[in-house]
Write a protein that binds this ligand. Sequence first.
Ligand SMILES: O=P(O)(O)OC[C@H]1O[C@H](OP(=O)(O)OP(=O)(O)O)[C@H](O)[C@@H]1O
Ligand SMILES: Nc1ncnc2[nH]cnc12
Length: 175
Amino acid sequence: MTVDFGLKKELEEQIRVFPDFPKQGILFQDLTPVFQNPETVNRLAESFISAFDGKFDRVLAVEARGFILGTAVSAVGGRPLALARKKGKLPGEVHRADYSLEYGTATLEVQQGTLKQGDQVLVVDDLLATGGTLSAAGELVVTGGAKVAGYAVAATIEGLDGAERLSPTPVFSVV
Ligand SMILES: O=P(O)(O)OC[C@H]1O[C@H](OP(=O)(O)OP(=O)(O)O)[C@H](O)[C@@H]1O
Ligand SMILES: Nc1ncnc2[nH]cnc12
């Protein structure tokens, strides 16, 4: 899984850092400038697809910021999109996982029947911090009877051991 250093530099130039948001002590990485740049989003999608080339047949995007890159990966890569949504947003029967993230707690849900046995699922989000969110999303993939092919994010916050938490499943991060 090789990182495109041009893309890495592009992201580093675009991500804005806000101290003490949404809570005291959190250094918030704001990717909204990245999302305003269609070429960067397209290159990110292509880099995720090539990192997991031939290894996934479905995308699971995590609400909310993960929907943006997940949709791009699904559309560019021609793989169906499944949604992991925050509690209470999806109708019908759902699989549910509670988790903690860097600045709180939350619950993710996936509609039952969305993922099938034998599916190789690439879980996509914008950012990896503690890994609580992606770990819960991965749990929902397994509960749904499918397999996690890998996790793909634009950026990882160093020092929070998110990738270690998701190990041995591969994690691809550009920054
Ligand atoms: O690795 P972790 O410590 O779990 O943190 C990473 C998660 O935190 C953010 O989502 P947030 O829950 O703030 O939701 P949003 O996308 O709806 O803004 C981010 O988009 C990741 O999903
Ligand atoms: N520091 C951070 N910046 C942006 N999103 C986050 N999600 C969890 N931690 C975060």
